[in-house]
Design a protein around this ligand. Sequence first.
Ligand code: NAD
Length: 273
Amino acid sequence: MGIAGFEVMRHDVTFPLYVEVDQIYNLACPATPVHYQFDPVQTTKTSVIGAINMLGLAKRVKAKVFQASTSEVYGDPTVHPQTEEYRGNVNPLGPRACYDEGKRAAETLFFDYHRQHRTRIKVVRIFNTYGPRMHPNDGRVVSNFIVQALQGQPITLYGDGSQTRAFCFVSDLVEGFIRLMDSPDEVTGPINMGNPHEISVRELAERIIRLTKSTSAIEYRPLPQDDPTQRCPDITLARKLLDWQPTVALEDGLQRTIDYFAGLLTERGKSIL
Ligand SMILES: NC(=O)c1ccc[n+]([C@@H]2O[C@H](COP(=O)([O-])OP(=O)(O)OC[C@H]3O[C@@H](n4cnc5c(N)ncnc54)[C@H](O)[C@@H]3O)[C@@H](O)[C@H]2O)c1
């Protein structure tokens, strides 16, 4: 990388890691349904054994440890918007459970290490996040719609599009992570991070068609099993404890993401799919 003191290691978190560090950000986990359902047993192992290994490392070297949890811990929520107190509505047997329950078990481990070993923990529940450098083909709604729109292909919309999501731009989220890591030790989380501005998936598709000036039509497909109908963070706690809230408007963030994918398509053509 050419940055003094920077070292990159390739490591599977399901195996112990021995390094000397002050802070650990654990973001390791297959993160989209396409990826986490490909090998569901490995997904649960990554969250659970990965958490044990990262917490073990933090305990050993007395580091602060950050966990990328998820709004999926709320499952298909019956409370709206979701606050951190809400305990969720997860189907423990469904196809998303390897991810949802894996992340829930990881949270349990973080809080048990904190209570039992006084490990300094920082747990964030991330809501839908998007931005440049997403993988073009990992099945996320924003990247799917943008790539389809730029290629003039039908926009595949699951369900009738009335389900809502709230999208946070990546730079806002990263700012929140750093603020949480730098906060006093009593601030453990779990703390929601995401954009509380909610829109329907159909409206997202229409905006992307407009911003890309695409000729694509919307094509409706059946809703996948256990797909949440509503997802919107209550970020009162993040505002209060970290003075954090998203600053990038959806329109700006989408435009920056569209510019990225347009560049990728020019560079690599259809081979990105
Ligand atoms: N992007 C979102 O909207 C979102 C929402 C909620 C939670 N999260 C969480 O944030 C984290 C990062 O997600 P992302 O969106 O950047 O996805 P991503 O796919 O870009 O990053 C996940 C990374 O984890 C790595 N990984 C998977 N299994 C691993 C293992 N066993 N050992 C080491 N590395 C492993 C993958 O190689 C990948 O680089 C994930 O933990 C995800 O669950 C993301």
